[in-house]
Ligand binder design. Sequence first.
Ligand code: DAH
Length: 359
Amino acid sequence: MDGLDALKKKYLDGILAAADEAALEDLRLSALGKKGEVALMMRELGKMTPEQRQQTGPVLNALKDELNSALAARKAALGDAVLEERLRTEWLDVTLAGRHRRQGSIHPVSQVTEEVTAIFADLGFSVAEGPQIESDWYNFDALNIPPEHPTRTEMDTFYMHRDEGDNRPPHVLRTHTSPVQIRHMQQYGAPCRIIAPGRVYRADYDQTHTPMFHQIEGLALGADLSMANLKWVLEEFFSAFFGISVKTRFRASHFPFTEPSAEVDIQCSWDQGQLKIGEGDDWMEVLGSGMVHPKVLKAGGVDPDKFQGFAFGMGIDRIAMLKYGIPDLRAFFDSDLRWLRHYGFAALDQPTLHGGVSR
Ligand code: DAH
């Protein structure tokens, strides 16, 4: 059996020295594969006498087992080595300082829109939307602003292009959020309670005007809603928004789409150039409002004999400036990162019902 011992030693040494799984597989095939050395010897058993077979059979089987377990052991060891190597090279020092990443911020207009929406939602108002490119019917006629009405020119409207020879009135960039009133009435009728925040456009540019700005429209229709309800809703809103009880003052005014109409001021004080809302005996104008004109109800398909209600419109940017002490409207839309970092909000500054967020 010297030959067998040599064979065994050859394979056991080879297995121990195998550098990877491929080398191991080669060794396995040449020893135990179909035409492997051990397999061929086993085939010889058939030609032996029963006595020889009884002696050689177990020896060959033992050799086969021994080689198989040597192969398995080496395979496991190689696997461990690969893992060890990965652990050695792919390590991470979790005690190192993190890499600093600058976070973006929420724009004050977005933040204030969310704050206003949260407060009105609590008062039972839902949010409506309309397109920023409007037909002149929705933007003007349906709101009782006929073609020759001075409001059309006063609003510094941006008109869209019409091809030459196309005599239909051009579409406009909506000059206010009021057309959403009409669209909502047409689609859902009355009664209703909605606000409609969004972008509006007018050709105007100075410290308090930008060609694009934001408004929020309100509309509430019911069987017997009155100016008293309007006043209550607005005082509730401003008190929640500014986080302090705020009185309002209604001044008679004129808008084509409301009758009667009122401009609304909120109570404030100017103390050494510092504005304080909700105290003192000065007043600051913040919005336009009134009882929805019967012609406007009709344009929206609502029967003025059955329903009446109030509407209002205010500038979102403007109340954002008042609440957060931002002096220049133009800076809102300059995309200056320093400004955005200073006046922007963290993503987790969730607006609350009681006065937005504390900063
Ligand atoms: N649409 C008006 C504007 O842009 C604001 C306004 C005034 C809206 C009175 C209203 C309202 O709904 O009732 O100046």
